[in-house]
Design a protein around this ligand. Structure first.
Ligand SMILES: Nc1ncnc2c1ncn2[C@@H]1O[C@H](COP(=O)(O)OP(=O)(O)O)[C@@H](O)[C@H]1O
Ligand SMILES: [Mg+2]
Length: 322
């Protein structure tokens, strides 16, 4: 397991700047829950009890998130989220649009750092190691925690180059001009890597005879599997997926769902989906976020869908709002 920190002196997140951030007019997180008004979405407000978010799983937590708050300027997008995500499984994040699912996902590899107005307060540990501390190597972190987006975004290059790009850039395989001149080029290694990643992304059979074709000529579903293959090429431990099938037809979606199931044997998969049937089909555990950026319920997927503890979650799942 690689070390994401370059320095070791900092052992906690620098939260001093954001400690007072709850004074923005939005209710801060509180153990006693919220007031009993009705929200704009028409949900009945209720107390969020600690035990609704407690999920006892076997094995190790890949992520341990504690008291996570995210603000975009004055907009409080995530509100005191604490959750542990087990390794080598599929965790689905569901909830109505705008409830902070993508924001939460981006916290797991510090992608929100790229958004100027975003401010993150709280703790996210991967394998016990804090990612919100000084000295974290973000390139290394994002190799370990890869991401696949809603719209497939292959590079406008060949299928082969899409896969080899990351490892070559990171110096893991060397096929550059200098290496070729010095006779150190490793084209065979590159070909093995390309094949392995395409096989693992269930795409090899469809593209093995046209690896030098432009990736933009593939269908949407193939492009998305290529993006997953590209993500695998740098040897990640975690794959974050933000509505990866929402732009795809049912057949392409089914292929992605099958693939996710296979990937979870080796990787930790965290997937945002607005499709509740999809969450129920493919995930081991489900976290429900509701308006206000609150994690309301978290548990084994069957329990959350069949017997939710929270009334608001039940209303959401049965389609009363959202
Ligand atoms: N880049 C951004 N800049 C400003 N506000 C944002 C940004 N991304 C998301 N938000 C706001 O944060 C809240 C949560 O958004 P998001 O995480 O995208 O929710 P979801 O993925 O559940 O639809 C929304 O109010 C949204 O407008
Ligand atoms: Mg989103």
């Amino acid at each position: 397991m690689s070390d994401i920190t370059q320095t070791t002196e900092a052992d906690s997140a620098d939260t001093t700047e954001t400690a007072d951030a709850a004074s923005t007019g939005v209710d801060g997180p509180s153990a006693t829950g919220r007031s009993s008004t009705e929200t704009t979405a028409g949900e009945t407000d209720e107390h969020v009890r600690e035990e609704w978010r407690e999920y006892a799983f076997e094995g190790d937590a890949k992520f341990a998130v504690e008291d996570l708050d995210v603000y975009y300027g004055d907009d409080h997008a995530l509100n005191g989220v604490s959750i542990e995500i087990p390794e080598r499984s599929v965790t689905a994040l569901i909830g109505p649009s705008g409830c902070g699912k993508s924001t939460f996902l981006r916290c797991l590899n510090r992608m929100n750092d790229r958004i100027k107005s975003a401010r993150v307060d709280g703790s996210v540990r991967i394998d016990g190691e804090e990612i919100y501390q000084d000295g974290v190597n973000l390139v290394e972190l994002r190799k370990r925690v890869g991401m696949v987006f809603q719209s497939p975004n292959p590079f406008p290059k060949s299928i082969r180059e899409n896969i080899a790009y990351g490892p070559e850039k990171h110096g893991d395989i060397d096929t550059g001009l200098l290496a070729r001149l010095l006779n150190r080029s490793d084209a065979d290694e590159r070909d093995r890597l390309v094949e392995r990643c395409l096989r693992d992304a269930a795409l090899w059979e469809e593209v093995s005879d046209r690896l030098d074709d432009n990736a933009l000529g593939l269908s949407g579903g193939q492009q998305q599997r290529l993006c997953i293959a590209r993500c695998l090429s740098v040897d990640p431990e975690v794959i974050l997926m933000d509505e990866p099938a929402s732009a795809l037809d049912p057949i392409a979606t089914a292929k992605i769902e099958d693939l996710i199931d296979d990937l979870a044997e080796e990787y930790t998969v965290v997937i945002v989906t607005h499709n509740m049937q999809q969450a129920a089909r493919i995930s081991d555990q489900t976290a429900v976020f509701l308006t206000g950026g609150e994690l309301v319920e978290y548990g084994e997927t069957d329990q959350v869908f069949e017997n939710p503890h929270s009334e608001r979650v039940e209303d959401y799942i049965t389609g009363k709002f959202g």
